[in-house]
Write a protein that binds this ligand. Sequence first.
Ligand code: AMP
Length: 294
Amino acid sequence: MSMIVEKIPEKIRQYCKSIKKKDKSIGFVPTMGALHEGHLSLVKMSLAKCDETVVSIYVNPSQFGHGEDLNAYPRTLDNDLMLLEKMGISAVFVPGNEQMYKEDHMTSVEVSEITSVLCGKSRPVHFKGVTTVVMKLFNIINPDYAFFGEKDYQQAAVIKKMVQDLNIDVKIITGPIVRESDGLAMSSRNVKLNKKQRGQAPVLYKSLIEAEEMLMLGVSAVEVKQRIADKIKMQSEVLIDYLEIVDPVSLENKIDSKNGILVALAVFFGNTRLIDNILVNKIDNDRNQNEKAG
Ligand code: AMP
């Protein structure tokens, strides 16, 4: 059956309802388009787990702050649709702003606390925009499963919290970060990097790997942060937005090593802000501590 492309919320809702009536499960992958292998890895996960897969492509203005790159965000709809059609998904929801935010729109969904750190600190309206649009998308599609990438670690944590706190009937599944061969995390924004910046950007993943190694050896978080900040700053044209070592559950600096350790960063290369993270595994960490003790 050919892929449905729909921009009207009520129509895609009716389509999703018709799937549910047949007792089939729906997997949902929300995206902002300019699709790459990172997005497609989530689509593959959904295709493997669910009877039908619905993808949304919508550059949501409410998650961009003043002066951010809303207008410059890459848009490649025709290519996106071609990629998705090849993968054999059921439907793509491609609303416009006029469908998603009527002039008299007044309602938002906001998760507190974990949205005020990391990306939330430098992008204060971002997560409110994300949770509001994802809630709307969940209400329109009514998926059984929704798939999010670990590249946006904090986003996935915020969505899980929203689902838990508001008793939303959907299971959130996360997928690992997909990287270029030189380690740079795939991102729709990578095309914005000039040649020099693109050459420098793999320093982010290299730094995260080094941070992981140091943490496993028992180097303190303060020292690790200092050393990898120095390494990143050796590139020209970079500005570190944040570089944090936090508890992966609370996202606070106070680390409960049972949960492992999250090293997360956001760095500007010129005007392009890239994010990346690494979850330092609790088991390896424990083993390392034992080896040291032994
Ligand atoms: P975006 O279009 O940037 O809003 O991303 C849509 C979804 O794809 C989000 O759940 C992202 O976390 C996920 N995603 C983006 N880049 C990657 C990547 N390199 N690896 C895995 N997932 C990703």
